[in-house]
Ligand binder design. Sequence first.
Ligand code: AHR
Length: 515
Amino acid sequence: MKQIISIICALGIAVGAYAQETNRLVIKADDGKLTINKNIYGHFSEHLSRCIYEGIWVGENSSIPNTRGIRNDVVAALKKIKIPVLRWPGGCFADEYHWKDGIGPREKRPAMINTHWGGVVENNHFGTHEFMDLVEQLGTDAYICGNVGSGTVQEMMEWVEYLTSDADSPMANLRRQNGQDKAWKVKYFGVGNESWGCGGNMTPEYYAGEYRRYNTFVKNYDRNNPVYRIACGSNGNDTNWTTVLMKNVGRRMNGLSLHYYTLPTGNWRNKGSATKFDEAQWHSTLRRSLEMDDLVARHSAIMDSADPDKRVGMIVDEWGTWYDVEPGTNPGFLYQQNTLRDALVAGITLNIFNQHCDRVKMANIAQTINVLQAMILTDKEKMILTPTFHVFEMFTPHHDATLLPTKITCADYTFDSNKIPSVNVSASKDKTGKVHVTLCNLNPNSSVTLTTELQGAKVSKITGRVLTAETIQAHNTFDKPEVVKPTNFTDFKASGNGFSVNLPAKSVVVLAVEQ
Ligand code: AHR
């Protein structure tokens, strides 16, 4: 018996030592060449459910504190995550939106039915002027998506003129008449959305032709600030769409989009609940969010062969989790809760985009407020921040920082014989020389000790923050808004040119390393 016990102990030590060795991270602190475009941390707000109305726009006469109709609490919260760019007005809504219905005195604006999203009446009270006011209050860049599906070339051409021309021209004068003297800066313009689906059910060849025609009339009124043109890209795995667009449109576009949503089950008819899930769906959700890496790599390879200089950016302008809607809510409103699992999906996906920053120039999580993987949930005057919000806040040091190459070896997190890596990472160096490392421990059952070498650097000081909770389903509610929030983290040890860190189970950790 004694012998058996000592064999087991020996095995235990051996396995323990092996586990230590398998969890190893090397960061090349002296070898950064690429910049992580801050627009990877971009957002998306559509006329869908309570994203715009209530989430952002409450109107000037609301009892909810606002500035010219836009909620003060929401703007203050979003400023904390330094939103670099905001996409609007859709989504599927963009291809049925007629911008002239959303200008002029609000009481005179015509109403329409939002056929895609819940069949509700859209009163057009939030239009071009209100969106550009929001962008200015947030201090962010505008990314406007034009209507190819049900609009005309003339309509798109006139919108660009209305927005960006300072000439004595009909649309610029109409804008002045509506109270905005100076042209706005609109950096990014999308020519249609999901043109393979809700945006017109087009083939890639047909859309490429349409893109070329519409894009011709998206004029650069401000020669010093030419419009960055984004073509509608592929639905997830459709690499043929990317091939055709790269061939038939090429450098006539500055960016090509890509949409990918994470569904726990992978089945659109029964996606899975946002809060009532077991470890099987925790694992499958994280596994499906890790697929973003392969997806970006495959589309990048196609783009590389047509555009080796990487002049066309990959713009992942819709991504995030998509669950069954909260019970009792309008199925067309896409309202879902947001748990610690969403925090892990956000951390994993942002780390993947950082790692692919040679090609990924922008990404926009869907969506900012009350829709899908939201940063903020509101209930009339009440507002809460989601676990996803906190991850975006923790990752802000990566904005426009230099990506540091990393190499990680770690144990697998296995469930039902499906294996995924237990740790996901990215690292960057900011302008002051400080290194930031963002780490996700996907395993909900055990912590991971990671030995890290910082090549070409000496570690003088480390500080850290962690986002975790007691359960995988933990989330914030209007009654308990701070169940999931970041706290200080100290479970690391510096040693010369590296450190070891003990990542708690199911956590997102950010470390700031000074040299
Ligand atoms: O984000 C919700 C919807 O998902 C968008 O409107 C559409 O582009 C996509 O299918």
